[in-house]
Design a protein around this ligand. Sequence first.
Ligand code: CU
Length: 355
Amino acid sequence: MTELLILLGVVLGIIAISKVVSVLEMVSTAKGENSYMPNAKENRFQARLMPVFLIAYFGFIIWQLVVWGDRMLPEAASEHGAVVDELMNITWIVITPVFVITHILLFYFAWKYAYDKNRKATYFSHSNKLEVLWTAIPAIVLLVLILYGLSIWNEITTPLTAEDDKIEIELYARQFDWTARYSGEDGKFGKANVRLIEGINMLGIDSTDENAWDDKYVKAEFYLPVDKDIQFYFRAQDVIHSAFMPHFRAQMNCVPGMTTRFKFKPIKTTEEMRVITGNPEFEYYLLCNKICGAAHYNMKMEIKVVSQEDYDTWLSEQKVFLAVEENMMKNQGIETQSDSIQPKVLEGTQLSTLN
Ligand SMILES: [Cu+2]
């Protein structure tokens, strides 16, 4: 509240000063004086402000690095993460000197060549040499950075093949939560269709598809085994969301009407990361990184990276899709569903095979 009042005071102060200045200008115009022109002394004062601003500006940047530097992400927790970080660092190494040099030149020139009525600017209309230099150098540098980035991107996004030893997980986004779906023992996801989304069937899973029966879906948190390739598939129900798992350097858009994918291999368990960060409460998170509506900030899911054994135990404890469906129907006193999702779920022998 105090900050808001201070901000309001500053804004009102600026408005008041600008009004006073415009009144003074009107008075001088009314007196028939020329429009306001700065004199030599004022020009020199403005010129001296340039290096002052430059130093304050760089000082502010360094201050931010010192104060907030520790908010940076810890080391990457996925196999490809180290490559992404290297790309990022190389980009910083290339652009930081350019940023520093161009800003020093900008303010140095503004100070050095402040208006002087005894000096005349050199005039030349064109220089091929200069044109070639300042077009070619940035173009080559950018080309190298982009090609390097593109090759890494291709490497990261190549889908895993059917032969690869992997786990497949579907992340389903909607306003405002995530659901993770595991394919169950058959290793196949059941079909899903947006038309089947109804009340309890929030993912639109087609329960006439046998592959869906052993699918498991979990909310609030999901588990990954360490050192195993994970192939993610992403879907969205309503608007575009973005699945962002910063510690694994992974992000992919979730677009209604299509399935997107991304793969990575977690290489550090949650426990290991707690030691590395020195934070006993450290957790990995899946976040939404598209501003998708009013409760966007709340759209997150905890990720636990554990050993293969712990993962297997956890997964075996999760309920399968059909059991969840059946339970919910009972709880809500629903006897029948629309024809499309009624299928063999409620009667039939298949249910007896479920745990
Ligand atoms: Cu979202």
